[in-house]
Design a protein around this ligand. Structure first.
Ligand code: RUB
Length: 336
């Protein structure tokens, strides 16, 4: 059977699945921390048992959400650095590797923010979508250097991560106009930039981010508003160099439609089915299907700049950076 993982790993995995921990960078940070906790609390008595548990922990974390590549990139980084002949040595090296990953992640976000801030001028109006800590880092760096900014914040249905962005910007005293997603094109007339984050960036420069990003980018191009993507290099998806595509997560239909709302559309008396336990509503073929993709793909031609901690890149040249950072892709360390 599967070796057991410590409860903290199970609870972090559940927090990621349920989106109590969310956003690509935050997920990566939490996953590294969970591996460190696994190492710290492992009761394994042989190096082989320790390594098996660590791989199971990584796989448990990996299987939570499929789109943000920062998660497997974080797991890979930590697991590849685990070294030692005794349990004690393995424990120490895992914890040190996880901590150095977390330090690098925070430092990359700060550096990226300084670079992104150079694109922003005093008095600029920035339109945001979803909640991205990389994007906010650019705004924070600009504000700290005295640049005055305003924000138009898209609500970002169905989960309204725009509220998190608005709260952070208000903490920094930035004037915020919150709008429905459907109002974005109308408000682009007033925007000087569209600024978003990324969950994954493909080798061709496509940007995978919260659903609605691609439509926003197309509208911005039509309006002449530059689109800036703030993304640490941990968001670069190495598998796309060998032709793989990025999986788009499909989330629960209940984020869009409650059981009661479903019943009111289909006229069903009991949306849960005869046994009343929930999932039957999805399985029953009542002719109504709800689809809830969490992310979409913005083609590179609609993106003006990808801002990373290694500098600003046109999307078409991101593959060069990808090759340099990831080289040839190899097997996933948690699959062996
Ligand atoms: C979050 C989202 C964010 C990116 C970047 O989606 O799409 O724009 O993850 O965030 P969800 P960051 O809420 O579904 O996780 O810059 O913080 O990594």
């Amino acid at each position: 059977g599967e070796p057991s993982v410590v409860p903290a790993v199970e609870s972090t995995a559940e927090d990621i699945s349920e989106m109590r921990i969310r956003g690509a960078a935050t997920i990566a940070d939490a996953a590294a921390a969970a591996l460190a906790t696994q190492a710290d609390r492992s009761a394994a008595d042989t190096p082989a048992a320790f390594r098996r548990e660590l791989r199971t922990a990584a796989r448990t974390l990996y299987e939570t959400r499929p789109t943000a590549v920062s998660l497997p990139n974080a797991l890979r980084y930590v697991l590849r650095g685990v070294d030692g002949d005794t349990v004690a040595a393995l424990r120490t090296s895992t914890i040190e590797r996880a901590e150095s990953f977390q330090r690098d992640l925070a430092a990359a976000q700060d550096t990226l923010g300084e670079i992104g801030a150079n694109r922003l001028r005093d008095g600029d109006v920035v339109m945001t979508h979803c909640h991205s800590t990389d994007a906010l880092s650019c705004l924070e760096a600009a504000l700290e250097s005295g640049t005055e900014l305003e924000a138009i914040v898209k609500e970002t249905r169905p989960r309204k991560q725009g509220h998190i962005t608005a709260r952070q910007l208000r903490e920094w005293d930035v004037p915020v106009t919150l709008i429905a997603d459907n109002a974005a094109r109308r408000y682009l007339d007033r925007a000087d930039h569209v600024l978003v984050g990324a969950d994954s960036i493909a080798a061709d420069g496509s940007v995978v981010n919260k659903i609605g990003t691609s439509g926003l980018a197309v509208n911005a191009r039509e309006r002449g508003v530059p689109v800036m993507v703030a993304a640490q290099t941990i968001k670069l998806h190495p598998d796309t160099m060998t032709g793989h595509t990025v999986e788009i997560e499909m989330r629960d239909e209940r984020e869009l439609l409650s059981d009661e709302e479903r019943a009111s559309i289909t006229g069903a008396a009991d949306a849960d089915g005869a046994d009343g336990d929930g999932p039957d509503a999805v399985a029953t073929d009542d002719g109504l299907r709800v689809e809830n993709p969490a992310f979409d793909v913005t083609p590179p031609r609609y993106v003006d700049a990808i801002v990373t901690e290694r500098g600003q890149f046109p999307p078409e040249s991101i593959v060069t950076l990808m090759r340099e950072l990831f080289g040839e892709t190899t097997d996933e360390p948690w699959e062996t």
